[in-house]
Ligand binder design. Sequence first.
Ligand SMILES: [Fe+2]
Length: 361
Amino acid sequence: MGCGALKQLPAILSSFGSKIFIVTDPGVAQQPFFDLLQKNLHNHGFQTSIFQDVLPDPPVDVFETCAAQASEFKPSCFLGIGGGSALDVTKIVAVLEKHHCSLASLFGIDQVPGRGTPSVLISTTAGTGSEVTPIAVVSDEENQLKKGIVSDFLIANHAVVDPNLCTTLPAWPTAYTGMDALTHAIEAYTNRYSVPLIDGYAIEAIRLIARYLPTACHHGSDLAARYAMSRASMLGGMCLGSVNTAAVHALAYPLGGRFKVPHGVANSLLLPHVMEFNMPAVAERYQIVAEAMGRGDGDVVAAVDQLSAEVGTNRTMTEFGVTQDELPSMAADAMQVTRLLGNNPREMCEQDALAIYQAAL
Ligand SMILES: [Fe+2]
């Protein structure tokens, strides 16, 4: 990790062989650095094949099309470049290409048969931390649900975090990806299964995000702010692998699946309401979160609200077309995400989820 870390890429890739399959999205593929990176790889003697059709919240067919293209190329290594979606596709396709299994067979926890073809991941946003997580999320469009795949076998061989790549990210995605990272850290720190080692990562991420996210949004070329956010995002990713998230992410799934609300926005608008709900169970920990956010009076919900307002993610579900009528079925869908709800520090039933959606409407 570091400004200029990308220069180490040829040396990293050379340990795996010379055939590199690059997975990215159309936005990244148009960036000047992407062209330079490819030329640099060719100058170092690498052969490349590119899949650049990753969509946000990638559906099943993106994974399958990418895997088919990769199987023809027979790469020695996968190189994922982008936000969480491109990195998630890379992690899964590396497994599909090696093990010739179906995508559906991987859904859930520990269903991946083994490590895939080697992979190197480069993040171009500061939020998901996907470059260091054992998790990928797939959109099941037929059932309007997002499904998780969790396995230690998904952890990449290398992650390259170069904050220079984030400087062109516009304010809005900077804001909501940053709020996603904040949610990872808060949900890990106040998790039913929190652990001391990860607590340190989480608190450091919370401190960095509260201090630097507004600058990263409003002064995108500020490298100190971008560095801090890249670091916070990576620390948030480390929290995901060891502890994972809880009810905010569970309740965010139906918003992403049905209404295409960007993942970070969904988290951002639910976070204060879930925190209010969780308050009786983790009041002391929230006090420490408030301190890390620089909120002297300990009002952690106000601290999150204020940050959200400062960076412009303080939206409502109504703005994304969610209506009162949808809420009961959304609450029922959220209850299906038991792998995350089970982590929540306070037990949440369907009525509780419905009340939280109502508050966030
Ligand atoms: Fe997230």
